[in-house]
Design a protein around this ligand. Structure first.
Ligand SMILES: [Cu+2]
Length: 299
């Protein structure tokens, strides 16, 4: 007795979904997760990868099946059967992608919100940041962190153009770092200690608040291990807050085509253990021995 095609489609569909989900959960394509944002982002990636796997296997499988099943047989020379109009199928292939796209949109928004993406935008005063000096951000306390996340401008009364805030700011006072992106380098300046460096040095477990500005054209600050990427646009000071969770050195990549040497616009973020970071900071912490970008690979 032949199996009814509806039952066969159902079984194939279920196998397809299960294999896609398995691939999404078990195939690791991402680098190590080194910030508090990373596990949140990875949930979204797993979902998107599962959906992508289901679509890929489904479409590719159907293509291979059709090539074999509907191939030209010996002696056939005419056109194939003209198949036209199948309302059920049309409803099916419109409704399913609509639901998937809606789900991905809502879920992405939720992930972005959980990573702190909506923090600066949720407060009307965020657009007119209050002046908080680096000395004040020294002191711990959530109020200061919150105020700092919401509106510490690199210059008084400058508008902050969003960026990822910190949903996890309660871990301690953030370390402020001024980032200047220019053709073709990132420069990092620590207002506490007046350190200038070509590498970003941070401490494991301590939130870092990057105040980013571009000197010339649009650049993008991207650390794959932190799962963070933020455009740096001339005239638009941007905040990016994150908390590193894993000691090590990770690449900083400019992810916006910014000129002929864009490909070489790379740097390194070094995540130190706390005592190691204190040593690095002490070593560089004088106005007179501010390290030049090329000689800053200490620690
Ligand atoms: Cu660049």
């Amino acid at each position: 007795m032949p199996i009814p095609s509806a039952v066969l489609s159902l079984v194939v569909g279920m196998a397809l979904v299960l294999s896609g989900l398995w691939i999404g959960q078990n195939v690791e394509l991402l680098p190590v997760a080194a910030s508090l944002n990373a596990p949140i982002y990875d949930q979204l990636f797993k979902v998107l990868f599962s959906i992508g796997s289901i679509l890929f296997i489904g479409i590719f499988g159907l293509l291979v099946f059709s090539l074999i099943r509907f191939r030209r047989r010996e002696g056939e020379s005419g056109d194939g059967v003209a198949v036209e109009g199948n309302l059920q199928l049309e409803i099916f292939w419109t409704a399913i992608p609509a639901v998937v796209v809606l789900f991905v949109g809502i879920y992405s928004y939720d992930i972005y919100d959980r990573m702190g993406g909506m923090v600066p935008l949720s407060d009307p005063h965020a657009m007119h940041g209050s002046m908080i000096t680096s000395q004040e951000t020294d002191g711990s306390g959530n109020a200061v962190i919150q105020a700092s996340v919401l509106g510490t401008p690199p210059e008084p009364s400058a508008r902050i153009w969003g960026g990822i805030g910190s949903a996890q700011a309660s871990a301690g006072a953030p370390l402020p770092v001024e980032v200047t992106a220019l053709q073709f380098a990132f420069l990092f300046h620590y207002p506490q200690g007046d350190i200038t460096s070509g590498e970003l040095h941070v401490q494991k477990g301590q939130p870092v608040e990057l105040r980013m500005e571009a000197r010339d054209v649009i650049h993008a600050f991207w650390v794959p291990e932190f799962r963070l990427k933020q455009d740096v646009i001339p005239g638009q000071p941007t905040l990016l807050t994150f908390t590193p969770t894993r000691a090590g050195s990770y690449p900083i990549i400019c992810a916006e085509l910014c000129g002929p040497y864009h490909g070489g616009m790379r740097s390194t973020v070094v995540v130190h253990e706390p005592d190691e970071f204190a040593t690095w900071f002490e070593k560089n912490n004088t106005a007179t021995v501010a390290t030049a970008p090329s000689a800053s690979s200490t620690g």
